[in-house]
Design a protein around this ligand. Structure first.
Ligand code: FAD
Ligand code: FES
Length: 512
């Protein structure tokens, strides 16, 4: 999946379209000059915004209009039709907006509206009652979304983002997909150019390893021995890949994938590789397998389970994903694990051997909770937060892969490892660090991509007692509902985007 620019198609909206062509609650796509424009109607109100999602270019006309918003069919970003603002990630940038005029039974899309200035504002002292300094530990999805949102909210105080990575925040999902496959240029990887941080007064400190947090004195300690005071803290340290220990494996032999640096190492090693072993048949492992196949490398997947992804998506999608990868030449060694490595030869527990010049392990992650533990925060397989994403230490919030929050949809305290959830939590934490008291109520969403097949998942079902299927999984046209006691907890889909969006809206309304 990559950024796609829709070719301006449909009617010339500057020349006018009959009002009757656009019933209430409907959208139509056309163009104004070179720009693809989405025209939408709610009652007697008309809106015109850019037709292409600012995340990866999804066609918004194929999404879902909900009141005065539009949701993207690809990864469920949500935009205001009134202002173009990106209301829900993964999109963070607004859509352009146009004025709409009614004349003689027709609608005319006229002038493009000025975008509100977001960057390069002069920063004054924070308003009374606002925190003076917000420290964000982590330069990933949640940390970045929080910093961006704080400035969007016109927060004038100091924002310091501490990341022990050497790269500014990156589009991590791309690292196992297009970028690893060699289909995405380098400039797609950073979430924002470095100038963004300067222009927005976000003090991004890279290679900054936070070693301790003292919630009583409200200080964080850094690797070099320095300390930094905070008024509000966001802990967004994410997760790290589980390291397998395989007898005989050299220290650099089992490659992992989390950071841009990890991805570059795999790409470098892939240049001279003929055959790769991927340990693990879940999302990251199989996305890596697909990307290595795009580089024409022979790929063997070794994993202990009977079917890929069965625990999360069920047997039908598991069988489909396996067949899809086999169609692309991947060889599976399921119900098997790596026993030992001798040079380039991997011996499996079953006795089989594979000669491989590249081994990537994608066998799960564990939340990075060391700092929270040292700080005495309440933990339970993650950092416990309340509905406002505040930890057990007042003024210290947590978001993203480390946070376990009270999910109003499942009624359980859950922790997930989804890009969009991390971003949405980062935004909610930002609002709450400014005292807005917003509960985190978003329905969890994730996507995964294998070759040209996207899988979307809405909700959260750790266990289910009934699984219903609309459509045909093998024909790549299906919607699966995961139910417990008759209630739909989650929905997975392949090429049923509008139904997936409708399921999301239904789950939101159910918990409201
Ligand atoms: C290759 C890959 C592909 C993925 N694809 C998808 C996908 O398609 N769909 C999906 O929904 N999810 C996907 N995910 C999962 C998604 O990326 C994560 O859920 C998300 O990044 C979590 O965001 P986060 O902010 O919690 O953590 P991260 O994005 O991991 O950020 C954590 C940050 O904290 C920093 N940090 C950690 N400890 C310290 C410390 N002590 N001091 C200073 N800094 C520290 C790290 O350097 C990093 O910058 C993917 C993950 C990976 C690795
Ligand atoms: S392309 Fe629209 S949300 Fe990703």
């Amino acid at each position: 999946m990559g950024t796609q620019q829709s070719n301006p198609a449909g009617p010339d909206l500057a020349a006018g379209v009959p009002i009757d062509d656009l019933p209430h609650g409907h959208m139509l796509v056309g163009h104004v000059g070179e720009d693809a424009v989405l025209l939408a109607r709610r009652g007697n109100e008309f809106f015109a915004v850019g037709a292409t999602c600012s995340h990866y270019g999804g066609p918004l006309a194929e999404g879902l209009m909900v009141e005065d918003t539009v949701r993207c069919p690809w990864h469920h970003a949500c935009f205001s039709l009134r202002t173009g603002e990106a209301l829900h990630p993964p999109a963070l940038s607004p859509l352009a907006c146009w004025a709409v005029e009614q004349r003689d039974g027709k609608l005319f899309v006229t002038a493009k509206k000025e975008a509100p200035a977001q960057e390069g504002r002069d920063r004054a002292a924070p308003a009374a009652g606002m925190p003076e300094r917000i420290v964000i530990v982590g330069g990933g999805a949640a940390g970045f979304a929080a910093a961006e949102r704080l400035r969007r909210e016109q927060y004038q105080g100091s924002i310091v983002m501490l990341s022990n990575d050497d790269a500014p925040p990156v589009d991590r999902p791309n690292l196992s997909k297009d970028y690893l496959a060699g289909n995405a240029p380098e400039e797609w990887v950073p979430l924002r150019p470095e100038s963004f941080y300067v222009d927005n007064g976000i003090e991004l400190r890279l290679n900054a390893h936070v070693t301790a947090i003292d919630p009583r004195s409200r200080e964080v300690a850094l690797g070099g021995g320095s300390k930094l005071r905070y008024d509000r803290l966001l802990l967004a340290t994410g997760a790290e890949p589980v390291r397998l220990s395989v007898p005989g494996a050299g220290p650099q032999q089992l490659l992992l994938l989390r950071s841009l640096a990890d991805c570059r190492t795999i790409i470098e090693r892939a240049k001279n590789a003929r055959r790769a072993v991927v340990l693990g048949a879940s999302f990251i492992g199989l996305e890596v397998a697909a990307s290595l196949r795009a580089r024409d490398i022979e790929v063997h997947v070794v994993a202990p389970e009977k079917r890929p992804m069965e625990r999360i998506l069920g047997p039908q999608i598991g069988d489909f994903v396996r067949a899809l990868h086999e169609e692309h030449g991947v060889v599976f060694h399921l119900e098997d694990t790596a026993g030992s490595i001798d040079g380039n030869r991997m011996a499996l527990k079953s006795g089989a051997t594979i000669d491989a010049d590249l081994v990537v392990a994608g066998v799960g992650v564990r939340p990075r909770t060391e700092l929270a533990e040292q700080a005495g925060l309440k933990l339970d397989r993650g950092v416990i937060v309340d509905a406002y994403l505040e930890t057990s230490a007042p003024g210290a919030f947590a978001a993203g892969d480390i946070a376990r929050w009270p999910d109003p949809h499942s009624g359980e305290n859950i922790r997930v490892e989804h890009w969009v959830v991390a971003e949405r939590q980062g935004q909610t934490a930002a609002l709450n660090m400014l005292g807005q008291r917003k509960k985190f109520v978003a329905v969890p969403f994730f996507w995964s991509q294998h070759y040209d097949v996207p899988i979307n998942y809405v909700g959260h079902a750790e266990k289910w007692d009934e699984l219903t299927i609309d459509g045909d999984v093998m024909a790549r046209n299906c919607l699966l509902r995961y139910k417990r006691n008759g209630r739909v907890l989650a929905v997975a889909s392949i090429y049923r985007d509008v139904e997936s969006l409708k399921a999301e809206v239904a789950m939101e309304r159910e918990a409201a």
